[in-house]
Design a protein around this ligand. Structure first.
Ligand code: COA
Length: 137
């Protein structure tokens, strides 16, 4: 397994990104053609995108919204199930933090995944988190 990481490419191929999202249950395959075409837009519009590749196959990705100084938030950390538990997720998060090492780092996730991030050094945030859901949720 030779995994190559890319810290610069934001325009990940929509088709491959959709495939990853589908494999982990974040997309159901019922997305219309416009959604599929623009599937990578949230990545393109993010501050930082890091992807993991085996040859031309996209096997992992993560995106970050950040002011590059004080606050950064991780979204859409996803690893192809065939490539999970091989350290790729941890490597992607590590690389994110290295880009803005003095920033606060946040991630919103489920109870189950929270221990994954706690192992990497994240602590559960005690304050209240409020949101208005997007029309896509
Ligand atoms: C969660 C996820 C990103 C982890 O990435 P990964 O590359 O498989 O994990 P890594 O190889 O970096 O880390 C492996 C370690 O994390 C643990 N781990 C893996 N998946 C986990 C999970 N779902 N919950 C808790 N711990 C998990 C493993 O037990 C292992 O622990 P160890 O180092 O003590 O042996 C990946 O399983 C995934 O894409 N899941 C589906 C999408 C998802 O839920 N993403 C998180 C969104 S916030």
């Amino acid at each position: 397994m030779n995994i190559v990481y890319n810290d610069e490419k934001k325009d990940l191929p929509s088709e491959q990104l959709h495939r990853l999202f589908k494999l982990v249950g974040w997309a159901d395959g019922a997305e219309n053609s416009d959604m599929l075409k623009y599937f990578n837009m949230p990545f393109i519009n993010s501050t930082l995108v890091i992807s993991a590749w085996e040859n031309n196959r996209l096997v992992g990705a993560v995106r970050v919204l950040s002011d590059k100084i004080i606050r950064s938030i991780i979204y859409d950390l996803v690893i192809d199930p065939e490539f999970q538990n091989k350290g790729i997720g941890q490597e992607l998060v590590k690389r994110c933090i290295e880009h803005f090492p003095n920033s606060e780092w946040a991630v919103q996730t489920t109870e189950e995944i929270s221990c994954y991030y706690q192992k990497i050094g994240f602590k559960i945030y005690k304050d209240v988190f409020l949101s208005i859901p997007s029309r896509w949720q």
